[in-house]
Write a protein that binds this ligand. Structure first.
Ligand code: ADP
Length: 488
């Protein structure tokens, strides 16, 4: 670990048509959130650089070097990529942690481990996707072919770059598409290494291209490209809206958005084990410093157990060690960037001004490291319409609101623009099913918070987005359907 954590990281390049290239503009410094020091540089791709990458992806798609490769051969490449990710999981994870600040133990599973699993899942799925023969009149043959969509632009965030990157890359490539990937500017390094692995494992040149740089320049150019047929995105609602505009202004490319949430975690007095509920709920918000799109950032607690539960939760939160994410005893690592940390603290200030109580935490910590760390923070006395209950913080800040009845719980749970995830804790089976039915969210956890795997879709309703990642349902969107109507 010591060697990995201090290994020099070479200045990074763009991957265009199988070649590592410099961009036309000046490179960007990459600061490590662990200590605020410069780790390396990434290229800052301008419109011309992005156009070259998209053109390469287009050519690679059109000449069929991957899109028309036999599925069994594509599958081999994707399995080889999964093998390599597993073989270098520790190094890949440390590189990512130095870049984005996520705690190592979790990142090992949630980043490298999960990315390898996702490549395997779609490698296995790709030769099990059949076309159809339609039940037409007997003198006609109606064939429904599945074809890859074309060039996929994938724009991903910084909180789990490998995991979320793999959610887009693996199914896109498995279906035979070409990809231009745009990592977040504060978490590009592990994805650049993944791209290198893909090349080493036999992915043909031009099938995967990587452009790094600021969202407003590099991401915009990608989203406006006439060579891109489809955008898949995870990030903020503000950027999601822009992507829809870029699509409208360019070629009407299809746009799939996963936009975060303000997810309610609802604790009923009849929950089977309140201590367990407190422990899991604490991790449901504080895991990865709350930088998780499905974070249970609103805690709705039945009035009769409100004070007891907040105490249990504060006790659990108090046990979490915040610190250097590469220290194996740490539970919670760094905030991704100074700007993000300042935003989190701004939310806490506003909560104070709105009359909320800061029941735990609320401050920056470990300033002497030069890194970006924040205390797990619990805010109580929150009304459903307060800012801290409505807007996504994307930090270790939990807003607690009491409720009186099932109807009240559902009303408050549904009272934001978001609808990504939710949790319900109850020993009453009918109530659990009613909550799953009535809470508007892409996933409702019952008597747990945050579990998932590749077999189930993840996606939001309302302003949390459209479409899904993971599972065969997500795979579908990387294919077009083409009908052949043949007179016999
Ligand atoms: P966050 O607030 O979580 O950083 P963003 O939506 O800003 O979320 O970032 C998610 C991804 O979107 C990053 O890769 C970022 O560079 C990219 N991005 C940001 N702004 C734009 C934009 N205007 N056009 C395209 N991509 C963008």
């Amino acid at each position: 670990m010591d060697e990995l954590r201090s290994a020099p990281v070479a200045p990074q390049k763009l991957l265009v048509d199988g070649t590592w290239e410099s961009a036309s503009g000046a490179p960007l410094d990459v600061l490590s959130p662990i200590d605020g020091r410069k780790l390396t540089t990434i290229e800052s791709a301008g419109p011309d650089d992005v156009a070259r990458a998209c053109g390469a992806a287009r050519r690679a798609f059109d000449d069929g070097r991957w899109s028309r490769m036999a599925p069994a051969a594509r599958k081999k490449v994707l399995h080889a990529i999964a093998d390599r990710i597993e073989a270098e999981a520790a190094a890949l994870t440390v590189l990512g942690v130095r870049d984005n600040g996520t705690e190592f133990n979790m990142a090992l599973k949630a980043e490298a481990g999960s990315a390898a699993g996702t490549f395997r899942y779609y490698a296995e799925a790709l030769d099990k996707m059949y076309g159809e023969i339609a039940p037409t009149a007997p003198d006609v043959l109606g064939l429904v072919h599945r074809e890859p969509v074309g060039v996929v632009g994938a724009i991903v965030p910084w909180n789990f770059p490998l995991m979320i990157g793999a959610w887009k890359l693996a199914p896109a490539l498995a279906a035979g598409n070409s990809v231009v990937l745009k990592p977040a500017e504060t978490a590009s390094l592990s994805l650049l290494r993944l791209a290198e692995i893909c090349m080493e494992c036999g992915l043909p040149d031009g099938v995967l291209n990587v452009v790094t740089g600021p969202g407003a320049m590099t991401g915009e150019a990608l989203a406006l490209s006439m060579d891109v047929d489809m955008l898949v995105f995870t990030g903020s609602g503000a950027t999601g809206r822009r992507l829809l505009e870029y699509a409208a202004r360019s070629n009407l490319k299809r746009v799939y958005l996963e936009l975060g949430g303000k997810s309610p975690n609802v604790i009923f007095a009849d929950a089977p084990d309140l201590e367990k509920a407190a422990k899991v709920s604490a991790m449901g918000i504080f895991r990865n410093s709350g930088q998780v799109c499905v974070a249970g950032s609103r805690l709705l607690v039945e009035q009769s157990i409100h004070d007891e539960f907040v105490q249990l939760l504060a006790k659990e939160a108090g046990k979490l060690r915040v610190g250097d994410p590469l220290n194996l005893d740490t539970h919670i690592g760094a905030i991704n960037s100074e700007a993000q940390l300042m935003g989190n603290l701004g939310f806490v200030d506003d909560a104070r001004k709105q009359g909320n109580t800061i029941a735990l935490g609320g401050n920056r910590m470990l300033d002497d490291t030069g890194g970006y760390y924040m205390e797990p923070t619990i805010v109580t006395d929150v009304a459903p319409d307060h800012r801290i209950a409505q807007e996504e913080v994307f930090g270790p800040v939990l807003a607690v609101t009491a409720f009186d009845s099932d109807d009240d719980a559902v009303r408050i749970a549904n009272s934001t623009d978001y609808g990504l995830a939710a949790g319900v804790w109850t020993g009453n089976l009918s109530r659990a099913h009613r909550m799953v039915r009535d809470i508007r969210a892409g996933v409702v956890h019952v008597n747990t918070y945050g579990g998932s795997d590749n077999t189930v879709p993840l996606g939001g309703v309302k302003q949390s987005g459209n479409g899904h990642d993971k599972s065969l349902h997500a795979f579908d969107k990387y294919f077009d359907l083409k009908t052949a109507w043949m007179q016999l």
